[in-house]
Design a protein around this ligand. Structure first.
Ligand code: ARE
Ligand code: CA
Length: 461
């Protein structure tokens, strides 16, 4: 295929939204590598607009000024390279959020300099693009039922690149190949449905193979496609994986409403799981459609844990910063708009991926098995086995769920990785004993219990 599958039995992605490069590197070493995460989605690394007058919003990143990695709010090119190297040493891939559809928009500031000092005005990026490299429809997309408009006009006023041009394709692929040369293993294509499928494929065909450390094959590509009546998510499957927003809607509503007993089969109308990237919330939905987000606490963590236990799709865990007031509010930053280093002990960095870190090992250990031994209690309670490799129970109600579960797990003592981690043979959560094909557990209110064969031993929690 034109794109690789995500890393074998280590496919879990965490989006460390807005994290500094040095903080990502430290997290790879301390938490992501030891717990078996496969990859980090990092925020866009190219030079971006700097909007001091608007308080340095988070979305500066999505307005590229150039493809220089020299200086973003998250660090220097050297910091970025160091991050890729250190994460690689920890066994964790970097997936870059790649903005291909557009450059800057009109707004309070529509001219330079950008974060790395480059001059620009909308439609003119010296040495990179000039007016002829943009589509002629220089107005906002107004009719979202018109596919031509969606792909040729401007998404919220962002200058729309003429991706049918060989020059533009070469320039975009040049940027992505520079990242591959540094050791980046894959990409999220931002706003992919605003780029015609053939243009995405033409860019893909120009990409180099990834670093030998990652097997030397094709880069992993997943495309942000919010499927609708005009462009279905399945349309982009020939060019890579796609984000499955219907899964996000189904799962976040089910957990919000405490109506999860039916979720083993999921709903219909989803893209084939081999091609779907799934998530409970992402950086857009947590602002525009906040059905279930980090502000929902345990219930949201439970939904992310379920996603990791269920076999459908490639799971992407969100890691957020807290904000109040405007949805434009950027991450914790200095007065110059530089993002601060992440500190998970500081409540402004939610770090919710750490709440489900133990479940990543569950996902990895049960790879290739299917669902069995389904048990339900009330409509808010669901348990299932993953072959004879794992067993998990989810309780989206306000009271504990006590029962004995039939299981195919071999006899033994298992670490509860829904309430602790299992690293280097150490279980810091509770443990349960399986004997003669069953185990008894009290599943906490708004909590889970999860056991798997790669995490056996007495717990300390
Ligand atoms: C900002 C300002 C705007 C201003 C613009 C240009 O907010 O007011 O006009 O700058 O000056 C992010 C932010 C935007 C921000 C932009 C650029 O969310 O607010 O604009 O960065 O700085 C559609 C697309 C989908 C897209 C969503 C947001 O199809 O691809 O809109 N998502 C990605 C990213 C975003 C990012 C961009 C794209 C742009 O994830 O974070 O924007 O790079 C229906 C449709 C969907 C549509 C959805 C929402 O569901 O089917 O297609 O998604 O509604 O409108
Ligand atoms: Ca376009």
């Amino acid at each position: 295929p034109a794109h690789a599958a995500p890393g074998g039995d280590k496919e879990v992605v965490v989006h460390l939204f807005q994290w500094r490069w040095e903080s990502v590197a430290a997290e790879c070493e301390s938490t992501l590598g030891p717990n078996g995460f496969g990859a980090v989605q990092v925020s866009p690394p190219q030079e971006h607009v700097v909007l001091q007058g608007e308080g340095y919003p988070w979305w500066q990143d999505y307005q590229p000024v150039s493809y220089s990695l020299d200086d973003t709010r998250r660090g220097t090119r050297a910091d970025f390279v160091d991050m890729v190297d250190r994460c690689e040493d920890a066994g964790v891939r970097i997936y870059v959020d790649a903005v291909l559809n557009h450059m800057t928009g009109s707004g309070s500031v529509d001219s330079g300099p950008g974060s790395a000092g480059s001059d620009y005005t909308k439609y003119d990026y010296p040495g990179i693009y000039q007016s002829r490299d943009f589509h002629d429809c220089r107005r906002d997309i107004s009719d979202w039922n018109d596919k031509w408009e969606v792909q040729n006009c401007e998404l919220v006023g962002l200058s729309d690149l003429d991706t049918s041009s060989e020059y533009v394709r070469d320039r975009l692929a040049g940027y992505l190949n520079e990242l591959i040369g540094i050791g980046v293993a894959g990409f999220r294509y931002d706003a992919a449905k605003h780029v015609p499928l053939a243009d995405v494929q033409a860019i893909n065909s120009r990409l180099d193979d990834v670093d030998a450390a990652w097997g030397g094959g094709r880069p992993y590509v997943f495309q942000e496609v919010i499927g609708d009546q005009t462009i279905a998510p399945g349309e982009y499957v020939p060019a890579g994986d796609v984000t499955e927003f219907q899964y996000h809607r189904d799962i976040s509503n089910a957990f919000k409403n405490g109506d999860i007993a039916h979720l083993t089969g999921l709903g219909g109308n989803l893209v084939d799981g081999e091609q779907a990237v799934v998530f409970v919330a992402n950086h857009d939905t947590q602002r525009s459609h906040p059905t279930l987000t980090h502000t929902d606490g345990d219930r949201y963590d439970l939904a992310q844990a379920f996603m990791l236990a269920h076999p459908y799709g490639t799971p992407k865990i969100m890691s957020s910063y807290a904000w109040s007031g405007s949805n434009d509010t950027g991450p914790p930053m200095g007065s110059d708009g530089e993002t601060r280093a992440t500190d998970c002990a500081d409540a402004r960095w939610v770090c919710e991926h750490r709440e489900v870190a133990g479940m990543v090992g569950f996902r990895n250990a049960v790879d290739g098995t299917s669902i069995g031994d389904v048990a339900t209690g009330s409509s808010g309670q669901l348990a299932f086995a993953r072959g004879d490799r794992g067993h998990a129970a989810f309780n989206a109600t306000g009271g504990a769920w006590s029962r004995t579960f039939d299981t195919d797990l071999p006899d033994g003592t298992y670490c509860d990785v829904a309430n602790g981690t299992f690293v280097d043979g150490e279980c810091d959560g509770p443990s349960y004993t399986v004997s003669g094909g069953s185990f008894s557990a009290q599943v906490p209110a708004d909590g889970a219990v999860a056991l798997h064969v790669a995490a056996q031993g007495e717990g300390t929690g």
